[in-house]
Design a protein around this ligand. Structure first.
Ligand code: UDP
Ligand code: MN
Length: 367
């Protein structure tokens, strides 16, 4: 039964973050949430993106951008672009809902998480960098204009110690660390993908139960290159990702390429005349090319650059991802044949290569 007075809420202030919002929304749908899906957007979001968001989300809400303009603290965080995350505060104005779960646009849901609605405001998971603070990428809250106004007032008077929403929210809900353990969500509801390095044995032991992955930090899934023919994420030469991180990226990209890209192609066609930002999606010689116009100076967005004609590092990447993520069916195909099919781009998204199987394989690897 749908629960119409509760919602998952996310935010995208530009088209780039919309790609994340669409994947998040789709992942919630894939795991059959019974709650409404709402997305907050600002005027920079193009009409083609709005149309795509409208097909996945129940509600697309236009809000004004709020920027902390706190370059000093943001510089310390090395994330000057995060001043606009104050826009998140608008989520408290969604008073048509009695309770909501906010999720950053760079999160991905791996199973149904509707049980989060049993929690009260403000419930959140610890931040891996400073565990006495909560991470504001996933939190349970109760919409209220009173709280919204108090938050704005607090922001005006005190600012934010990190220049972004997380510093502000932690100061406002300052008793989170000490008062009520029920408001501490398990880390599995907001697992930062870098924990694979910071506490590898814990990830090995607990990671199989991950419910939400958060691609926290400056490198987002949409900054990676992806070869749709082989169905693999291509590592940047400067990054060295663990198998598990690659697998999470792979899951994001599988959802993106199988569910979101076709939708974007469709909405692009139907809203072509109103497109404000040049964007086209095409398949060229089996490789995916997504072009997005250069971001304007006022919106320092991450770039989205899936692979053009790049040589795929088949041996280093494909093998590890396919061995890790894909559940071979030994009765039908040998592992070698299975891998060849995967590399040739014959990916059975709805069958053996479906998300559930990828997750099972990840679980078995972790166990
Ligand atoms: N966000 C946005 N536009 C921006 C930057 C951030 O809409 O230019 C939103 C988006 O929902 C994003 C959230 O604010 O997920 C927090 O930013 P981000 O995830 O980049 O921060 P991190 O989790 O890496 O600290
Ligand atoms: Mn985030």
């Amino acid at each position: 039964m749908p629960v119409t007075d509760q919602a998952f809420v996310t935010l995208a202030t530009n088209d780039v973050y919309c790609h994340g919002a669409l994947v998040l929304g789709q992942s919630l749908r894939n795991h059959k949430t019974s709650r409404r899906l709402a997305v907050l957007i600002t005027s920079q979001v193009s009409s083609a993106m709005r149309a795509a968001l409208n097909t996945i989300f129940d509600t697309v809400v236009d809000v004004n951008e709020i920027d902390s303009n706190d370059s000093m603290h943001l510089a310390l965080l090395e994330r000057l672009e995060l001043g606009v995350t104050f826009t998140k505060l608008h989520c408290w104005t969604l008073t048509q809902y009695s309770k909501c779960v906010f999720m950053d646009a760079d999160t991905l849901v791996l199973c149904n998480i509707d049980e989060l609605f049993d929690r009260e405001e403000l419930s959140a998971a610890p931040d891996s960098g400073w565990p006495d603070c909560f991470n504001s990428g996933v939190f349970v809250f109760k919409p209220s204009l009173k709280t919204y106004n108090l938050l704005l007032q607090f922001a005006n008077e005190h600012g934010s110690f990190d220049g972004g929403d997380q510093g502000l929210l932690n100061s406002f809900f300052s008793n989170w660390a000490t008062t009520d353990i029920n408001k501490h969500l398990p880390f599995l509801y907001n697992l930062s993908s870098s924990v694979v390095y910071t506490y590898a044995p814990a990830f090995q032991y607990f990671g199989k139960d991950t419910k939400v992955v958060h691609f926290l930090g400056p490198s987002k899934p949409w900054n990676y290159k992806y070869n749709p023919q082989t169905g693999t994420v291509i590592e940047d030469s400067s990054s060295s990702l663990s198998n598990s991180q690659l697998c999470f990226l792979q899951l994001w990209w599988t959802t993106y390429s199988s569910d979101v890209l076709p939708l974007l192609e469709k909405t692009q066609e139907s809203s072509e005349p109103q497109i404000q930002r040049e964007e086209s999606v095409q398949k060229a010689e089996g490789s995916l090319e997504v072009h997005i116009a250069e971001p304007s100076e006022s919106s320092p967005e991450p770039t989205f650059n899936p692979t053009p004609q790049e040589t795929v590092k088949m041996d280093d990447v494909t093998s590890s991802v396919s061995e890790l993520c894909i559940q071979p069916n030994p009765e039908v195909l040998s592992a070698e044949d299975e891998r060849r099919k995967w590399e040739e781009g014959h990916i059975d998204y709805l069958g053996k290569d479906a998300f559930e199987n990828i997750k099972k394989k990840l679980d078995s690897f972790l166990l």
